[in-house]
Design a protein around this ligand. Structure first.
Ligand SMILES: [Mg+2]
Length: 256
C-alpha cells in the first residue's frame, strides 16, 4: 500500500462510544514517526473539533482540533463559500453546528420565514421542528443536510442517523436535501486541500461503505474498508481498494 497522506473516519474506525479501537494508538504512533500528514473527517455533526480533541486527549492521543473536520465544520465551510451571510437559516441541529456557523459569521436567529433549512443530528428533534422545516421548504427555502447517514451506532446498537430523519422531511416536501458531508465531493475535496497533497497519494480509512468508500471513489482516492463499526450493517455497493478486519491488521499491511 503506497500513500503519503491519510483521511481517517472517526466513529467505528478509530473509536466506538468514545473508546479507542484496537490499533488506534499504534496507528497514531506510525503517523507521527513517519511524519505522514492526516486529517480526521467525520459525518458526526454533534461535537466540536475542540470537544473531539479533548476526548482523544483523555484517551492518551494528541490530535490537534485543526486536523479534525466534522460535518459541522465542513458545512460551515460550504456555507461560507455558497450561502451569503444575510440568509435566514432555520437550523435543526445541535450546539456544534450552530457554533461552526457562528464562527463563519452567520447569525442564527428566530425569523418568521427562512431562506435555508439546514438539518444536522439533533437529539432534541421533535414533530414541531420537522413540521416547521417542512413549511419553510414548501415556502421555498433551500434544504441542506450536514450528512445523510441512514444509520449510526449508539452504545453498540444501530439507530437512525440524520439521513433517516431527513427522509421524513424529504417525503413530506418532495424536496431532496443537498448533502454536504461524506460522500460529497465538497467534503472530500476540503479534506484533500487540508493535506496539501494530490488525491492519488491519499488513502481514506473508514467503516461505512456509503460514506467513506463511496466518497473516496468519487474523488479518486484509494480506500480501506475496516470490518469494524457499521461495516457489518451496510453492504458495499462501491468496492474499496483494500479490506481489513481492523486497524491492527491495516497497520501490519502498511509496508506490504
Ligand atoms: Mg464511521
Amino acid at each position: 500500500m503506497k500513500f503519503h497522506g491519510l483521511i481517517l473516519d472517526i466513529n467505528g474506525t478509530l473509536v466506538n462510544n468514545h473508546q479507542l479501537l484496537g490499533g488506534a494508538l499504534k496507528l497514531f504512533a506510525f503517523l507521527k514517526e513517519s511524519k505522514t500528514p492526516y486529517v480526521l473527517l467525520s459525518n458526526d455533526s454533534t461535537m466540536t473539533p475542540v470537544e473531539w480533541e479533548n476526548v482523544f486527549s483523555d484517551l492518551g492521543l494528541y490530535v490537534a482540533s485543526d486536523n479534525i473536520l466534522t460535518s459541522s465544520v465542513i458545512t460551515a465551510e460550504f456555507f461560507d463559500k455558497n450561502i451569503s451571510k444575510d440568509k435566514r437559516i432555520y437550523l435543526i441541529g445541535g450546539y456544534a453546528l450552530e457554533s461552526a456557523l457562528t464562527k463563519k459569521g452567520y447569525n442564527i436567529t428566530q425569523n418568521e420565514n427562512y431562506d435555508v433549512v439546514l438539518m444536522g443530528s439533533d437529539k432534541k428533534i421533535d414533530y414541531k421542528k420537522i413540521s416547521d422545516g417542512a413549511i419553510y421548504i414548501n415556502n421555498g427555502a433551500k434544504f441542506f443536510a450536514t450528512n445523510l447517514d441512514r444509520i449510526i451506532l449508539s452504545a453498540g446498537e444501530v439507530v437512525p442517523g440524520n439521513g433517516a430523519l431527513a427522509k421524513v422531511l424529504e417525503t413530506a416536501t418532495s424536496v431532496k436535501p443537498i448533502n454536504i458531508g461524506k460522500p460529497s465531493k465538497f467534503a472530500l475535496d476540503f479534506a484533500i486541500s487540508k493535506l496539501k497533497i494530490h488525491a492519488s497519494e491519499i488513502l481514506i480509512l473508514g467503516d461505512n461503505p456509503e460514506t467513506d468508500i463511496a466518497g473516496a471513489s468519487a474523488s479518486g482516492i484509494k480506500s480501506v474498508l475496516l470490518r469494524t463499526g457499521l461495516s457489518n450493517y451496510i453492504s458495499a455497493t462501491v468496492k474499496p481498494d483494500y479490506i481489513f478486519n481492523n486497524l491492527t491488521e491495516f497497520i501490519a499491511n502498511i509496508h506490504k
